[in-house]
Design a protein around this ligand. Structure first.
Ligand code: NAP
Length: 372
């Protein structure tokens, strides 16, 4: 029987992956084994079938015996282990959520509702590395696949509003701790009828007096935002901003690069990345046709009417969190001209932005192996 090893199942992406695999009854037809970097020997997650205790994720000889390895552990782990494992003779599929291998020629970035053709060609060509894309990139492509597929996009400027959970479990815990800190400082004054100005002074003091927990983010996020995600690049972009163009074009398999750039901002949403998009169309297309193209491309893209009630009910992280649908709203032609389209999209970055493409790639790889 095919053996599949899971590394990083305890983190945010990994736990959502396991949750989705259980919901889709995916744990059949292969033998799963769970690995850890910190808890070897402890009990593996409960998946409804017997599984051995957690194995050591640094044991290369053990890992090399698997047909498929799925890693949601993170880039440092992939950097440390991947090349050594291949050099040790690992010939199986490597399916990964981290960015380390995304831009290598030997890998494909997976987002099958958008690029199943690219994945199938890679499988036929013997490619073994299938990597989930950056969360904002995958969510933008899920939202706009209907326009990209028709070659209607000349360029995109994307201003992002990215949730704390995009940075991992520890960041989520710190955001909630920051919220609790602000709540503790304001709950008394709020009860005794403090004015908005007084509450603002208390909050601003807490944000600046160095008492908020900020070890993980490096700055207050609750009641504020952080317009910097990932490392600096030489051209002034952050690495998160750099990924937008290079990854989207790799996923789409474009011959001529579609320019994509913007500013990536961490906000205090718990879950879901949102993006305000300026899309330069290659030609003037009526809005009703654009709506039809977006919503009919695949079953998860959904257009929200450009009206206040629908926007408040359907186009917020609060509405979208935990859902697979990727709503696109605030669609309108901009005053800049008829080929300039404004859009706002929200997607659960732990689902289509991370775990779901990995989960589906595992199924695709299993199907492929079953045909051999
Ligand atoms: P994470 O939540 O930080 O988890 C990664 C690992 O940290 C876990 O597998 C676990 O490994 C260890 N860990 C340490 N303390 C933990 C705690 N308190 N709770 C849970 N796990 C803890 O990272 P992640 O957000 O899942 O990201 C994994 C990879 O996916 C990264 O490369 C990231 O860039 C990428 N990614 C993330 C997202 C996202 O939305 N978060 C989206 C797309 C891609 P052990 O069990 O071995 O100790």
């Amino acid at each position: 029987m095919v053996r599949v090893g899971f590394i990083g199942w305890r983190g945010m992406v990994g736990s959502v992956l396991i949750e989705r695999m259980l919901a889709e009854k995916d744990f059949t037809g292969f033998e799963p084994v769970f690995f850890t970097t910190s808890q070897a020997g402890q009990a593996a997650p409960r998946i409804g079938i017997p599984v051995p205790p957690l194995q050591d994720a640094h044991d290369l000889d053990a890992l090399a015996k698997f047909d498929i390895l799925v890693s949601c552990q993170g880039g440092d782990y992939t950097t440390e282990v991947y090349d050594k494992l291949r050099n040790r003779g690992f010939k199986g599929f490597w399916i990964d959520a981290a960015s380390t291998l995304r831009m290598r020629d030997s890998s494909v970035i997976v987002l099958d509702p958008v690029n199943r053709d690219v994945i199938d060609a890679a499988l036929a060509g013997g490619i073994k590395d299938y990597i989930g894309g950056n969360c904002t990139v995958s969510l933008m492509l899920m939202a706009l696949a209907g326009l990209f597929r028709r070659k209607l996009v000349e360029w995109v400027s994307s201003m992002t509003y990215q949730a704390a959970s995009g940075a991992g479990a520890k960041n989520m815990i710190e955001l909630v701790a920051q919220m609790a800190h602000l709540s503790a400082a304001t709950s008394g004054p709020l009860r005794s009828g403090a004015s908005a100005l007084e509450l603002d002074r208390i909050i601003t003091d807490q944000l600046r007096n160095g008492t908020m927990p900020t070890d993980i983010f490096g700055a207050p996020l609750a009641a504020s935002l952080i317009p910097w995600i990932d490392k600096p690049m030489e051209n002034g972009q952050t690495r998160e901003e750099w990924k937008g163009q290079v990854e989207a074009n790799k996923i789409l398999g474009t011959r001529q690069t579609i320019p994509i750039d913007g500013v990536c901002v961490r906000v205090s949403s718990m879950r879901c990345h949102s993006q305000g998009l300026t899309i330069k169309l290659t030609r003037d297309v009526p809005l009703d046709e654009i709506t039809a193209m977006i919503s009919s491309d695949h079953e998860w893209a959904k257009v929200v009417p450009n009206a206040k009630e629908a926007t408040l009910n359907e186009l917020t992280p609060a509405a979208v969190s935990g859902k697979l649908s990727v709503p696109v709203g605030r669609l309108r032609k901009m005053t800049l001209g008829p080929t300039y389209l404004a859009a706002f999209t929200v997607g659960d970055q732990l689902l289509w932005g991370a775990a779901e493409p990995v989960r589906r790639m595992l199924r695709i790889a299993l199907e492929h192996l079953s045909k051999d």
